[in-house]
Design a protein around this ligand. Structure first.
Ligand code: CP
Length: 294
């Protein structure tokens, strides 16, 4: 989530160790918005580098930095000298001379690693093909709000074993969740990701406290038709929701495609917390930025 070898800043592993406190603080910031945390980043700047589209991550980071008193600088990748061959390492070296942290969204985990290796300020992963840790922080906050505690909650992620599933398995597992991931053959999460893998979606959601849906096609996917066909039995609908616990909620990291990975009645229904989940991106990331820079 954050890294760099030369800085004395907090690392991703240390964030993981402080997850409980981070979620406590996010809840305080939400309850006391915008006063709680205001001024923590006064005089600080954060570069938000987006090499791929974003709505929630970009806006919540930009608003979050502002509410903490800092200056967010949004940098679409296609407006930088990266387009003329400047290396991502040099971008990290240069930005480190101007700003106090960098958030980076990229279609390449290798590019994130190169940036982390070169940067002398904390780097926050704002989504790569393999990881989406900021999303998981918001997911955990949402689950905690509903159920009070995370320990022992069963969360069934149904669909492509993607970056969202992987981060949920890793961070959610560290927070005490039992994460189950249900995917068709060829789209499974790796066995050592920290989740229980259950091919049958009805079996996976049995007793689940939350069902988590995500888009079938990620930004890098090319063979769309074959992937849609494979994932069709994994649509989250009323029938699947009925197979979960009576108290089960529905999560989706958005953007959604109603009628594809999730039906509209479930997405917009009474068990859905997806818009609370989207809002919680803001509060969780503010707590993260305070932890990294405050
Ligand atoms: N969930 C999420 O990361 O949304 P964006 O792609 O809009 O940032």
């Amino acid at each position: 989530m954050a890294g760099g070898e030369r800085g004395d800043f907090i690392t991703g592993e240390e964030v993981l160790d402080r997850l409980d406190g981070l979620l406590d603080r996010a809840a305080e910031m939400k309850a006391g918005r915008p006063g709680v945390g205001a001024g923590v980043l006064t005089g600080r700047s954060v570069a938000l580098v987006f090499e791929q589209p974003s709505t929630r991550t970009r806006v919540s980071l930009e608003v979050g930095v502002s509410e903490l008193g800092g200056t967010p600088i949004v940098l679409p990748g296609d407006e930088l000298q990266l387009t003329r061959g400047e290396s991502i390492g040099d971008l990290g070296r240069v930005l480190s001379r101007y700003v106090d942290a960098i958030a980076f969204r990229s279609g390449s985990d290798d590019r994130l690693a190169e940036l982390v290796a070169a940067a002398e300020v904390p780097v926050v992963n704002a989504l790569t093909p393999r990881h989406h840790p900021c999303q998981t922080l918001a997911d955990l906050l949402t689950l905690r709000e509903r159920f009070g505690e995370l320990d022992g909650l069963r969360v069934a992620f149904v669909g492509d074993g993607n970056n969202v599933a992987r981060s949920l398995a890793r961070l959610g597992g560290a927070a005490g969740l039992d994460v189950v991931v249900s995917s068709p053959p060829g789209f499974e999460l790796e066995a050592d990701a920290g989740a229980e893998l259950v091919a049958d979606p009805h079996e996976a959601v049995a007793g689940a406290d939350a069902i988590y849906a995500d888009v079938w096609l990620s930004m890098a996917d090319e063979d769309a038709a074959a992937k849609r066909d494979a994932l069709a039995p994994y649509r989250v609908d009323a029938d699947l929701l009925a197979a979960a616990s009576d108290r089960a909620i529905v999560l989706h990291c958005l953007p959604a495609h109603p009628g594809e990975e999730i039906t509209a009645d479930v997405l917009y229904g009474p068990r859905s917390l997806v818009f609370d989940q989207a809002e919680n991106r803001l509060h969780a990331q503010k707590a993260l930025l305070e932890l990294l820079l405050g």
